[in-house]
Design a protein around this ligand. Structure first.
Ligand SMILES: Cc1cc2nc3c(=O)[nH]c(=O)nc-3n(C[C@H](O)[C@H](O)[C@H](O)COP(=O)(O)OP(=O)(O)OC[C@H]3O[C@@H](n4cnc5c(N)ncnc54)[C@H](O)[C@@H]3O)c2cc1C
Length: 425
């Protein structure tokens, strides 16, 4: 059993069962710790992804759908009018969940709290008091068995639950949703890219600063800079081009996260990120539940049409070329030292912005998933790469070789459910 940290404020962090032995493609979403652990074999985003079937079951016929952002009713640039202290951005994610508790739509929120000794280490937490959502604000790097909270939450009598999750957690959650016996499930998703273990993340921090233990916040911003905040209130911006990314060991990012095919969290009711926000946040309401959650914030949330500027093509082409070289074991084409500060200065001014920036990142991630899987686990490609990823990578000359592209893994669950356990949306 994991030690139960003593988080003040009454938010619960129940002791959860140990994980079953897991394969290399596991991010410990928590399913392997549940009584229905055998469902890992039919629910996992990495081994049995099934986006088309699950999207149809959860979102129905969405009026808009594309390979970049997935099914949706609307997409907005967004921010909380009064940003929440301690939030990763302005706190839309935790505000949505708090509002669902306040209005009685749900009685519990399952999410990840910071460990008392390490703000970057995620700890699964059940929140029942809207005021306690303040304690879980902010982003942590690492994996934590979020879904294993479902059992204690249901045992406590909760039948209306909201879950805040990253894409691999949400894919598995959707697969088991109908078996949970819930009256209502609301899913607030964030995008996720390049997650790694909390230990690896600390090693990364140590490469960025000589006082890594003082770092309280880190974000890869849409203006091509990493922002770091420190305990003493100091703030530092590092241009992406100056990050020591190419010096990191090859196994720094687990193969799962390197080859993840669901950057934008396509199965959430609402996705809250920042990539297309051009300095603000960015929300995608994917179905009626997602739209109703956003509406419930009233005028506390500012929603605007997303901006888009620039042309992503050359940036993505350059990234793809370097990823090809790295995947083929060739040295990366490094920019001469004297040119870096100039390009780092130019990038935020002339690089793609808003929706164009988000499209660039999604295409880069798609290309990376295909190229790394082709190198590290080619036998997985046929089932692991969904159609939307092939479509994003194709304009950059990345197409399936014979045997690499096939149908989604056959699902032992049978045909798509007509409806989930929750009432019709
Ligand atoms: C590893 C990782 C990578 C991300 N990469 C991107 C990206 O490339 N592009 C993008 O647009 N957005 C990304 N996000 C999401 C982004 O960082 C913000 O979380 C999101 O914009 C919400 O901001 P907020 O102020 O609304 O969140 P807040 O209101 O501060 O709430 C954040 C919520 O996220 C939960 N959370 C924190 N860490 C984790 C974790 N490790 N796993 C699961 N849940 C967690 C918290 O418990 C809390 O409920 C990433 C998130 C993670 C965890």
């Amino acid at each position: 059993m994991r030690d139960t940290p003593d988080l003040s404020g009454g938010l619960q962090t129940p002791s959860l069962p140990d994980a079953a032995p897991r394969g290399a493609m596991c991010t410990d979403c928590g399913l392997s710790r549940m009584a229905i652990a055998p469902r890992c074999g039919t629910a996992c985003q990495f081994t049995v992804p099934d986006f088309e079937r699950r999207q149809a079951a959860v979102h129905g016929d969405a009026p808009e759908d594309d390979p970049w952002f997935g099914p949706r009713l609307s997409m907005h640039r967004a921010r909380m009018r009064a940003p929440k202290p301690g939030a990763q951005w302005t706190g839309i994610t935790t505000s949505l969940a708090a509002r669902m508790l306040e209005t009685g739509e749900v009685t519990a929120v399952l999410t990840l709290a910071p460990h008392p000794d390490d703000p970057f280490r995620p700890v699964p937490a059940i929140v029942t008091d809207p005021a306690e959502m303040a304690q879980v604000r902010g982003m942590r790097m690492g994996y934590a068995p979020l879904l294993a909270l479902l059992e204690p939450a249901v045992a406590q009598g909760h039948r209306r639950i909201a879950v805040i999750g990253i894409p691999c957690q949400v894919h598995a959650l959707r697969a088991i949703e109908a078996e949970l016996g819930l009256d209502r499930l609301l899913v607030i998703g964030t995008p996720c890219s390049d997650n790694t273990t909390t230990e690896n993340f600390h090693a990364f921090l140590a490469r960025l600063t000589d006082r890594p233990d003082d770092v309280t916040y880190l974000e890869f911003r849409a203006d091509y800079r990493v922002e770091m905040r420190f305990r003493d209130g100091a703030r530092r911006l590092i241009p992406f081009l100056k990050l020591p990314l190419s010096d990191l060991p090859d196994d720094f990012w687990p193969l799962t996260c390197r080859t993840c095919t669901d950057y934008s969290n396509r199965l959430a009711d609402v996705t809250v990120g920042y990539m297309a926000g051009d300095g603000d946040q960015w929300v995608i309401a994917r179905n009626a539940d997602g739209a109703a959650m956003l509406r419930a914030l009233g005028d506390e949330i500012v929603l605007e049409p997303p901006a888009s500027k620039g042309d992503r093509t050359r940036a993505v082409q350059g990234f793809v070329e370097n990823t090809r070289r790295a995947a083929g074991g060739l040295p990366l084409r490094r920019m001469p030292g004297w040119l870096r500060p100039i390009v780092a200065w130019l990038q935020p001014k002339v690089g793609p912005k808003g929706v164009e920036f988000a499209r660039a990142r999604l295409e880069m991630k798609a290309a990376e998933a295909v190229l790394h899987l082709r190198r590290a686990a080619p036998h997985r490609m046929r089932h692991m790469i969904p159609d939307h990823v092939w479509r994003l990578a194709a304009p950059y000359g990345i197409t399936a070789a014979p045997g690499e592209r096939g149908p989604a893994a056959p699902s032992p669950e049978g045909p798509a459910p007509d409806a989930t356990a929750t009432p019709p949306r």
